[in-house]
Design a protein around this ligand. Structure first.
Ligand SMILES: Cc1ncc(COP(=O)(O)O)c(C=O)c1O
Length: 433
């Protein structure tokens, strides 16, 4: 027995440090499941095998209850009222910011801006940093990017006459580090924006030398941490990036809340993203001046309940422990990979297919069955996973495929999920052959 007791908002973990053996690691998923009500709600004839955590994580009871308790008993608008409800809500919102600053290693909580998610964070930079670009400047991306780290830059490029360039990948689906260094040298980009983990392949981009290399060549660096933050410890100070984006809903928090981290001196120099209440210092009929960051970038009423419940999700993740989550997912991932690899007709994509390390996302196809059909058939077996281009069309094109099935893991994932997935694959093979 794991010795893991989790009670609503208060998470009591006994003996987490003792989770050392393979079998016990796999047990985290089983032990933590009662914390996620959806598994009880949606497991009737068959257990719910939820393998789409890369798209969005399921929510623990403590997050659901925090949203509900805040909305039932504690809600008022923030930064506006002199009355107790508003002052308390303001304090809780500010505390959520401090918690998240601490979670990502930001030295100053003013460097943490609440957004709706990674997509909005990247769009914010693409607008607010716009004045620093001149026609002809280069923005360097990689072929591993999600569309949300491509399209905002394409729109900016159109507005300002910029050039977008892409770092290639290797045959194993890893970032081509030589191409990266070469493109830095020859193109001298003004900004490099790249993901830490590919959502489509699970490729991990080792950033520790790439960030300083890009900065040494004169570029600002933005990191898309949407897929890495739920599985890895993020330390923006150590990483040294100028900007970093993540989404609350992939980190067991609510939808509609995310974070942009930005170095304070850059945030201070940037223009606002949106105009409205809360982001100004003064407004006259002639013009306005801006509040200091983070308020400068948080126009209008923010997602107060979601920010507060996101900080509850961070508490939850920290109590379970990102290292324990990572080890557990790695173990279940390895098991799932081998099950799928052994199935006839299955092609695996990404570094793990070549025996190389990667994140807990398995991208695959089954010969003769379109990924969408596979996913639809699997749904009959209560196995839920993503199929399609995963918002990474340039990457799939580079791989020479149009779609894939993608099974992705979270802290509640179990070996049984992959056994159910294997059954679903076999069932689909029977139907389609
Ligand atoms: C790597 C990556 N970047 C960005 C995003 C966009 O995140 P969101 O839809 O939460 O804004 C995703 C979503 O799947 C992603 O996987």
């Amino acid at each position: 027995m794991l010795g893991l007791i989790i009670l609503g908002a208060a998470v009591t973990l006994r003996g987490m440090n003792a989770i050392k053996h393979e079998g016990e690691r796999a047990a985290l998923g089983v032990a933590i499941r009662p914390e996620f009500p959806i598994f009880a709600e949606r497991s009737h004839k068959k257990a719910l095998a939820y393998l789409d955590t890369a798209a969005s994580a399921q929510k623990p009871t403590c997050v659901i209850e925090r949203l509900s308790s805040y909305l039932s008993r504690e809600h008022a608008n923030i930064h506006r009222g002199a009355y107790a409800l508003s002052a308390d809500a303001t304090q809780m919102y500010d505390q959520a910011r401090s918690k998240i600053a601490n979670f990502i290693g930001a030295k100053n909580e003013r460097e943490v801006i609440f957004t709706r998610g990674t997509t909005e964070s990247i769009n914010l930079v693409a607008h607010a940093y716009e004045k620093f670009f001149n026609a002809g400047d280069v923005i360097l991306l990689t072929l591993l990017e999600h569309h949300s780290n491509i399209v905002p830059w394409q729109l900016l490029a159109k507005r300002k006459g910029l050039r977008l360039e892409f770092v290639d990948i290797t045959a194993q689906g890893e970032l081509d580090r030589e191409d990266f260094a070469r493109k830095l040298k020859t193109l001298r980009p003004k900004l490099v924006s790249m993901t830490q983990v590919s959502n489509a392949l699970g490729t991990i981009v080792q950033l520790q030398d790439l960030v300083p290399l890009a900065q040494a060549s004169g570029a600002r660096v933005m990191i898309d941490a949407a897929q890495s933050a739920p599985h890895t410890i993020i330390d923006v100070a150590k990483m040294g990036a100028d900007f970093l984006a993540l989404s609350g809903h992939k980190l067991y928090g609510p939808t509609g809340i995310g974070v942009l981290y930005g170095r304070l001196e850059l945030l201070e120099a940037m223009d606002p993203f949106m105009g409205g209440g809360d982001m100004i210092r003064s407004v006259t009929t002639e013009g306005s001046t801006w509040a200091e960051p983070p308020s400068k970038f948080e126009a209008g009423t923010p997602a107060i309940a979601e920010a507060i419940a996101f900080s509850t999700a961070i508490d939850f993740v920290q109590k379970v422990g990102l290292e324990a989550i990572h080890r557990h997912e790695e173990e279940v991932f390895g098991y799932g990979l081998e099950l799928l690899r052994a199935e006839r007709g299955v092609t695996l994509y990404g570094p793990a297919a070549y025996g190389r390390p990667q994140a807990s996302i398995i991208s695959f196809n089954v010969e003769g069955i379109h990924a969408h059909d596979l996913s639809t058939v699997a749904d009959d077996c209560n196995v839920q996973f993503r199929a399609g281009h995963h918002c990474a069309m340039p990457l799939l094109k580079r791989l020479g495929i149009q779609s894939s099935a993608r099974a992705s893991l979270g802290m509640y994932s179990c070996r049984e999920d992959f056994e159910q997935l294997r059954e679903a694959v076999r069932y689909a093979l029977k139907l389609f052959r």
